[in-house]
Design a protein around this ligand. Structure first.
Ligand code: DGY
Length: 450
């Protein structure tokens, strides 16, 4: 059956066909126990990617989604951190940079059984685990019993090893997931860009995507320097929190941490445990976010540079993600919705698709360069979920329609020009496929069978 829906003014869409394409991409990118974000650009298992991917895989089979998450938890360190990459031993070291020989995780005491990176990514895994638990039905409890301790340890690591005044700090731009966000320009540009590092190291990403759509060499040199410094200090978070050249408190990361506590409360309840601690933790983080990162002037959450103590003025999609939190004060929520639909992001406006990753009115806005302007499906979906949590169903619906229309127009690309809808970055991108299936599942029950 061809299901039509007026998601795009230009065309009625064949949603069945879109769902089939998304399933095919997830199957092709599966390598036996986990899914690569894309076969050439990102040929291993990435942490927050896997969580978004599991949200889509649950419609292929929920068992596969469970394996995806459990295999990532198998790469968890003894200190509770879930590393941002779990390396596939079957993939040669030179296929991706920085690979296992760069991070050297196997040289550490208490290292996991496989090679990993040493940094983390936003903790969205409990949200995925909660969805997968529900979908597994009678088997959900067994899965939850295995996932819960890993997820609790992940959040304990964040609180205890990354805590700064009640919120969590990140020590590398990659940890925010929004690698080259303009919000990082000021703190990152204070880090020396030593281009001679490229005499020893070779970027692999620009073999597989256009350089003009990826971070610059200068920023990459800074990423390498920060990662080397973390590695060479034995991944010691006390040293990093006080001495690293980059320490920021990001509203997106912290909001997802709080949201994950709400999902943990649900998982705890299903396991017959007391959920109150998780609930209280979510409320505590929400209060700290509002006290420390809300900007009444800019009407958005801003990141704080821990080294200077200053709020960073850039308005990025990360500052909208706290919409996910149900206990946000009403004034903050209303102002945030006004910012989302106003000139900086234009959500729901004619000619804008999804939620741009960066302020449309800023002179640095670039609709094609990674996190400096393009619309991404994961952050658009998170904002849509936030709108839903606050009863703004019409705009949430419109954002989900935008996700479908973007893919219908440009394919399962990594990111999209918010104005023209053109696709950029890599193709056959797993979380675009997964989140497409997740939003289609609401209107297309047959997507569940693949
Ligand atoms: C990349 O390789 O660009 C990733 O975002 C870093 O993990």
């Amino acid at each position: 059956m061809v299901v039509t829906r007026t998601a795009s003014p230009a065309a009625a869409l064949d949603l069945d066909q879109l769902a089939r394409t998304a399933v095919r991409v997830l199957i092709e990118n599966w390598h036996g126990h986990a899914t690569v974000p894309s076969r050439r650009l990102y040929p291993h298992q990435w942490s927050w990617d896997s969580a978004f991917i599991a949200l889509g895989q649950q419609y292929i089979t929920p068992q596969r989604a469970a394996v995806e998450l459990l295999s990532l938890f198998g790469a968890q360190w003894a200190d509770g951190r879930i590393p941002h990459i779990a390396f596939n031993p079957a993939v040669p070291d030179h296929a991706y940079f920085p690979g296992p020989s760069f991070w050297r995780s196997s040289q550490l005491p208490g290292h996991p059984p496989i090679d990993t990176s040493g940094i983390i990514q936003p903790p969205v895994h409990a949200i995925a685990a909660h969805a997968v638990m529900d979908r597994l039905g009678a088997n959900g409890r067994d899965f939850a019993a295995r996932a819960y301790p890993a997820l609790v340890a992940q959040n304990s690591y964040i609180r205890e090893r990354r805590g700064v005044k009640g919120l969590a700090a990140v020590v590398h731009p990659w940890e925010t997931g929004l690698d080259n966000s303009p919000a990082w320009d000021e703190p990152l540009h204070a880090v020396p860009a030593d281009l001679s590092l490229f005499e020893s190291y070779t970027r692999r990403d620009i073999d597989h995507a256009r350089a003009s759509e990826r971070p610059t060499d200068e920023d990459y040199a800074r990423y390498i320097r920060l990662a080397l410094s973390y590695r060479d200090h034995g991944y010691d978070d006390d040293w990093m929190r006080s001495r690293s050249e980059f320490v920021v408190v990001d509203p997106g990361f912290n909001a997802l941490w709080a949201w994950s506590e709400l999902a943990l409360a649900e998982i705890a309840r299903a396991l017959g445990r007391n959920p109150d601690g998780h609930q209280r933790e979510a409320e505590r983080i929400t209060t700290e976010l509002v006290d420390q990162l809300w900007s009444t002037e800019s009407e958005i959450f801003l990141a704080r540079d821990k080294r200077s103590g200053r709020l960073l003025g850039e308005r990025t999609v990360a500052g909208l993600i706290p919409l996910l939190l149900p206990k946000l004060p009403q004034g903050v929520r209303d102002a945030l919705c006004a910012t989302l639909t106003g000139p900086s992001f234009g959500a729901g406006q004619l000619g804008i698709r999804g939620v741009p990753s960066f302020d449309l009115t800023d002179r640095r806005y670039n609709p094609r360069r990674y996190w400096r302007g393009p619309t991404w499906l994961n952050t658009t979906w998170l904002v849509a979920e936030g709108l839903r949590a606050h009863g703004a169903d019409a705009l949430a619906h419109r954002l989900r329609d935008d996700m479908v229309a973007l893919v219908a127009n440009a394919g399962l690309r990594e990111y999209f020009n918010p104005r023209t809808g053109s696709g950029h970055g890599t193709s056959n991108f797993s979380w675009s496929a997964a989140l497409l299936l997740h939003v289609l599942a609401e209107v297309l029950p047959q997507a569940e069978t693949g």
